[in-house]
Design a protein around this ligand. Sequence first.
Ligand SMILES: Cc1cc2nc3c(=O)[nH]c(=O)nc-3n(C[C@H](O)[C@H](O)[C@H](O)COP(=O)(O)OP(=O)(O)OC[C@H]3O[C@@H](n4cnc5c(N)ncnc54)[C@H](O)[C@@H]3O)c2cc1C
Length: 409
Amino acid sequence: MPHALTELKVHTVTKPAGTASHQLEADVCVVGAGVSGISAAIESAQLGRDVVLVDSLPVLGGQMVNSLIGLFCGVYGNGPGYRQLTHGIFADLEASGDLHVNRGHTITVTYDEVALGRWVERRIRELGIRVVLGASITGVERDGRRIAAVSFATRHGAVRVTAPGFVDATGDAALAWEAGLPCRVPERTIYGSQQIVLEHLHEEHQPDREELAEHVHAKAAEWGLVRRDGLAFFFPGRNTAVLNMTHIPAPLDPVEASAAQLDGREQADRVVEFLRAEYPKAFGEAKVRSYGLPGRRQTRWIKGSHQLSLDEVRAGTRFEDAVARTAWPIELHAKVGAMAGPWLGGVILDAGLGARGAFIVFSVCPAVMVLVLFALGRVQRRLPAEAEGALSAELPATGVAAARPAVQI
Ligand SMILES: Cc1cc2nc3c(=O)[nH]c(=O)nc-3n(C[C@H](O)[C@H](O)[C@H](O)COP(=O)(O)OP(=O)(O)OC[C@H]3O[C@@H](n4cnc5c(N)ncnc54)[C@H](O)[C@@H]3O)c2cc1C
């Protein structure tokens, strides 16, 4: 009897001449499948649009899944009302026990990144959204001020997508940049972080958050720790925690970005050594379960029609066409080693894009707060916390929301 391998027939193939690219047409092409792009794609599909969702990573979820961010912030308003501002995904993940709501003056929501990643994948499939993964932008064709087509390189060949609408949800304004549209960059470095998930912890001995931050600060030089105000987010009942205790640059230069990634891992390892030695009861048996992809904060963003200023936030300036909402203090990662001010407690920020979608991504740089989402993105309305109860207009529930960066994260 012949061996199965001898029955495997093969033949020779050669790449055909010419531009053998895959051509796709859609109503909306969303570039970037992080929390912003996922939200844009889901909302567009729910409005009956034919959507193509593209990302340079081979998986969906962007940073929230693959950089192990670990927390949703700004989902709830601050005290005394603590009103939930964003729904959708939260009900689903809460039902499966994959969310934990941390109640304090500000409320954060810890999530299981594996469950979140699968939620995203299932939702995208249910809605019939076509996905092109492992695809990086190689070219943009413009028709005047509009983007008409975008080309991507994948390991399986070139892909070209035409659509009347494109969404730049790349986090780095990569689509706008490649299209030759004006972008903005901070004049100081804004640091990202190398996140890790630790397992085999003893959460009953976990240090108090403030005590940990103070201890890290005191011992940072001795242990060679770069960031001096680290945070460990435990997921109750699982003896795991996400560590946000590093500060790494997030350059736009490809070689420097790759070097920063490796530096970040070294930093993370030093943090683990520190925790094992200084908190043996909680961290003595800690093992790194996973290293996230580099976490990036404010890198480059689209020059929008309006740039929200710090003064506007402080004044609680209202805009008429808000479609989304988040609540969070402002933070700034512009100083290596620690989170720098200004801190603005209890800002509720409603952001919108002139569409029904409620996907919010904002960043803060010195004296400037910016919506980073798309070319059209504008922060449109925000209220001080005390005005929260007075809000009457219900904004649409969305699948997901993200604040970038919103608090000491
Ligand atoms: C350490 C850290 C902690 C944070 N903590 C929190 C927190 O607690 N709560 C919170 O709400 N927010 C937090 N943030 C901010 C949060 O991570 C971001 O706001 C959010 O994840 C950004 O989502 P996004 O979809 O805009 O971008 P991303 O998640 O970065 O997604 C962009 C996607 O675009 C793709 N892409 C980029 N360039 C190209 C290209 N040229 N071609 C094709 N695809 C491309 C990328 O692969 C990526 O998947 C944190 C950020 C960091 C770094």
